[in-house]
Design a protein around this ligand. Structure first.
Ligand code: TMP
Length: 216
């Protein structure tokens, strides 16, 4: 269901470290742009000035700097600001919003991997987003070893707090995303992120065409 805040449509990309979400978000925005659809590309944690300030607290420092409940509170504080100041205004203006991570990351990272009960997280997420929920969630799936190797090959060197949480944590994140997708197949689609970026982009375009009625 489209967001009641406006005529725009809301798509999220999810997945573990190094799955190529940011690249794919950009390619999807370009693909939609080529079909005359104006997109806002944004990310979490972040996407508004206040949420970007909170992001710096979350992604830097030692892995144990915050426990999983504190992470969930900070993530949802950032999310609230992002939803109110960035996502809803764009949807109201009729823009499509493509967001690199959103609520499923909280359920996978702080829930399945971090051990916070899912109902606790759902209550925090409800408060943060109310009815602003993605219509389509693309889960980019990759074995965590491959993703961590890719993630360590690039990106900002300081934003490594989650990458350093260890292989068992990242295996639980992957498992969590797959379970979340299986439990909500109408909203979620799992895409194999193991191939070249152009193949992944084509798979994503096929899902968006089929689910959202865009000509391929
Ligand atoms: P990024 O590297 O994809 O920009 O995301 C930063 C980190 O934040 C990433 O390791 C996943 C983590 N994260 C959570 O743990 N919970 C969340 O709700 C979100 C949005 C991100």
């Amino acid at each position: 269901m489209a967001d009641p805040a406006g005529p725009g449509r809301f798509i999220t990309l999810e997945g573990g470290e190094g799955a190529g979400k940011s690249t794919q978000a950009r390619l999807l925005a370009d693909w939609l742009g080529g079909r005359g659809i104006d997109c806002l590309l944004t990310r979490e944690p972040g996407g508004s000035p206040g949420a970007e300030d909170i992001r710096a607290l979350l992604v830097t420092g030692e892995p144990g700097r915050w426990d999983a409940v504190t992470e969930a509170l900070l993530m949802n504080a950032a999310r609230r600001d992002h939803v109110v100041r960035t996502i809803r205004p764009a949807l109201s203006a009729g823009r499509w919003v493509i967001c690199d991570r959103f609520l499923h990351s909280t359920l996978a990272y702080q829930g399945y991997a971090g051990g916070v009960p899912l109902p606790t997280l759902e209550a925090l997420i409800d408060a943060a987003v109310e009815r602003t929920r993605p219509e389509l969630t693309l889960v980019l799936d990759l074995p965590p070893g491959d993703g961590l190797a890719r993630a360590q090959g690039g990106g900002s060197g300081r934003e490594t707090r989650f990458e350093r949480k260890g292989e068992a944590f990242h295996a639980a994140v992957r498992d969590g995303f797959r379970r979340l997708a299986a439990a909500d197949p109408e909203r979620c689609a799992v895409v194999d992120a193991g191939g070249p970026a152009s193949d992944v982009a084509a798979a994503i375009a096929a899902v968006v065409s089929a689910r959202l009625g865009i000509a391929p």
